[in-house]
Design a protein around this ligand. Structure first.
Ligand code: PGA
Length: 256
């Protein structure tokens, strides 16, 4: 049984007080959804403040990106060791905004995935097709290429710790959510691929999140799909009520 993971990607939003308030609001209500795992990924500069606001509550802390290098002359970068040092447990890697705005390749994502695992962080590895790729019928091929490239050299033992997030690029921040059937098709494909690359037993343990315009009103249908194990949420993760409503949908599915 995979525990649903409900993750908030705050992107470059909030200020210090806002981040502490949002994290505190989520932390104070985490007890309402004991059947799911909650995770918040604030801007790196607010990680410590958010960690303090979370306190002892059962809410995970993650970064939105990191360097693949352990230390050295890499101006502006943050290492995996620095993230674990301040108490982060997760890191989002290869988000479509990193891939498409900052030119990150599968090779970059792969190096970061190895570095994250070596440091004891749980990587949330993101994949997703562009609208033109979907319309050209290339979704499966694109996702398969991204997953193979991003997870190259990751062992069967390591893969059970990895979280995968399927985020169709055309659904991110657009309000155009993938239908539960469209999402489930890709998720089932991803799990099949994991079974082929590793083995069926290991593939069953890997959590595959859906991301892209997840809101309280569509969360039930998405999270109810057999291969959707949680959500990576942008816009709706900036409101305590919305984030918790999505988590409650995940909890309902977990209890069913
Ligand atoms: P969205 O973002 O929920 O605002 O579409 C999702 C994401 O980018 O992770």
């Amino acid at each position: 049984m995979r525990t649903p993971l409900i993750a908030g990607n705050w992107k470059m939003n909030t200020d210090g007080n806002g981040a502490a308030e949002l994290a505190g609001g989520i932390a104070s209500r985490a007890g309402e959804v004991p059947d799911v795992e909650l995770l918040v990924c604030p801007p790196a500069i607010y990680l410590t403040r958010v960690r303090n606001a979370i306190g002892d509550a059962s809410v995970g802390l993650g970064a939105q990106n990191m360097s693949c290098q352990p230390s050295g002359a890499f101006t502006g970068e943050i290492s995996a060791g620095m993230l674990t040092d301040i108490g982060a447990q997760y890191v989002i890697l290869g988000h479509s905004e990193r891939r498409h705005i900052f030119g990150e390749s599968d090779e970059n994502v792969n190096k970061k995935t190895h570095a994250a695992l070596a440091a004891g962080l749980v990587p949330v590895v993101c994949v997703g097709e562009l609208l033109e790729e979907r319309e050209a019928g290339r979704t499966a091929e694109v996702i398969s290429g991204q997953i193979k490239g991003s997870l190259a050299g990751i062992t069967a033992e390591q893969i059970s710790t990895v979280v995968i997030a399927y985020e169709p690029v055309w659904a991110i921040g657009t309000g155009k959510v993938a239908t539960p059937e469209q999402a489930e098709e890709v998720h089932a494909d991803l799990r099949k691929q994991l079974a082929e690359c590793y083995n069926a037993e290991v593939a069953e343990t890997v959590r595959i999140l859906y991301g892209g315009s997840v809101k309280p009103d569509n969360a039930n249908d998405l999270l109810g799909q057999p291969n959707i194990d949680g959500a990576l949420i942008g816009g709706a993760s900036l409101k305590v009520d919305d984030f918790l409503a999505i988590a409650a949908a995940g909890a309902a599915v977990a209890q069913a």
